[in-house]
Design a protein around this ligand. Sequence first.
Ligand code: ZN
Length: 62
Amino acid sequence: MVECDGRVAVVSDVPMQECPACGERWISLEVAERLDAILHQLISSGAETATGHWDSFTSSVA
Ligand SMILES: [Zn+2]
């Protein structure tokens, strides 16, 4: 979730990496970069609150 200029963007079901040893979860650099682009795209769409599902942004891109 990102706030920018009074606007809020939320993307659900972002894929997480999980450590097989301790179960700690994190977002990979590749996912983080893509998430950043998606969030800014949502914010720049002009809506005060924009939400989207991760799959809906990534499934159309090979
Ligand atoms: Zn670990």
